[in-house]
Design a protein around this ligand. Structure first.
Ligand code: ADP
Ligand code: MG
Length: 323
């Protein structure tokens, strides 16, 4: 049992940043308004995520660590209209199989919360506890029992930068949620959760940079897009500063990020890329997110139409600036 979870962990949990991603996504799925992420030693020593979301009912807390115990989809049909970030029910069992996890959780209509402690997939403790509504989960000693995985990790500064990247993207995807990321008592990100993308962009990229970004929006029968993209003077040497968000999920898609770049026509220097955040809303039936365990890659119906919409919208918006 723990072996199959460890095998799944090999796919889902590559590094500390994957733990941060899965835990924070669970908080978002639970409708949290505030998410605190506290990290020690680039997540290798510990990762703690505290949310004020719906919590897990007492009777479900232990079950959440069972393989494929998702509360988010109930039928095969749901797989084709996914609205939550999680749905595979693999993250918690995978994480618990390769680390030491303490979960404290409570729902609004419970007097007491539940505490579950699991180490290397073995339940150490399951007991009642005082807790306010929400979930507080701490993952210590990740990969302590999978030395090969531990050895494969990069330097702490690289692992930390991957965590920062994950949290930045989640914050950009959810301007209505307040994120607070702290490493070794140092604050690395704080967003207000006031719903304004501009405010998140300022927190992630800096206030000066945010001022050099322009807003765009458009829609057709199938897609609604809006976002912020930089003036051609504000560029970066790689396309990783282009964030694509479909229905609240951060994704990677070369065709779509290329459409952003192509929208600039000849206005960008060769080898330079804009900073952009592009939010796309569409019928979930038009996307397949169940392509990869990490759910980063998606398959899109009508991709060509979406590419044209993005490219034309950005082209027209840049043209308005009379540069
Ligand atoms: P998935 O997110 O794919 O459903 P996970 O393994 O990440 O699977 O989580 C298992 C289940 O535990 C979720 O479906 C959800 O019911 C519950 N859960 C996990 N984290 C939280 C949280 N922070 N708040 C509320 N429920 C949670
Ligand atoms: Mg999940």
């Amino acid at each position: 049992e723990n072996l199959s979870n460890q095998i799944a962990a090999g796919e889902v949990i590559e590094r500390p940043a994957s733990v941060v991603k899965e835990l924070a996504e669970n908080a978002i799925d639970a409708q949290a308004q505030h998410i605190d992420i506290l990290v020690e030693d680039a997540g290798i020593k510990s990762i703690r995520v505290i949310d004020d979301g719906n919590g897990i009912p007492e009777t479900e807390a232990l079950k959440a660590f069972e393989r494929h115990a998702t509360s988010k989809i109930t039928s095969r049909h749901d797989l084709f209209r996914i609205n939550s970030l999680g749905f595979r029910g693999e993250a918690l069992p995978s994480i618990a199989s390769v680390s030491d996890v303490v979960l404290k959780t409570a729902t609004a209509d419970q007097d007491a919360g539940k505490l579950v402690h699991i180490r290397g997939g073995e339940v150490q403790e399951e007991t009642g506890t005082t807790a306010r509504k929400g979930t507080d989960i701490t993952v210590n000693d990740v990969f302590y029992n999978t030395p090969a995985r531990l050895k494969y990790l990069k330097s702490q500064s690289t692992e930390l930068s991957k965590i920062v990247d994950v949290v930045n993207r989640l914050a950009l995807s959810h301007p209505d949620v307040s994120f607070h990321l702290v490493h070794q008592k140092k604050e690395l990100l704080r967003t207000s959760g006031n719903g304004e993308l501009q405010q998140v962009v300022a927190a992630v990229y800096g206030i000066q940079q945010a001022r050099k970004m322009i807003a765009f929006s458009a829609e057709d029968d199938d897609f609604k897009i809006n976002g912020l993209t930089s003036l051609p003077e504000l560029t970066r040497a790689n396309r990783s500063y282009i964030s694509l968000i479909i229905n609240g999920r951060y994704i990677k898609n070369y065709q779509l990020s290329n459409a952003v770049v192509k929208g600039y026509g000849s206005k960008l220097m060769v080898g330079r890329f804009p900073i952009s955040v592009l939010e796309i809303e569409m019928d979930p039936l038009l996307i397949d997110v169940n392509v990869h365990p990490q759910k980063h890659e998606v398959r899109l119906s009508k991709e060509t139409e979406l590419v044209a919409l993005i490219e034309n919208t950005i082209y027209n918006r840049i043209a308005q600036e009379n540069l």
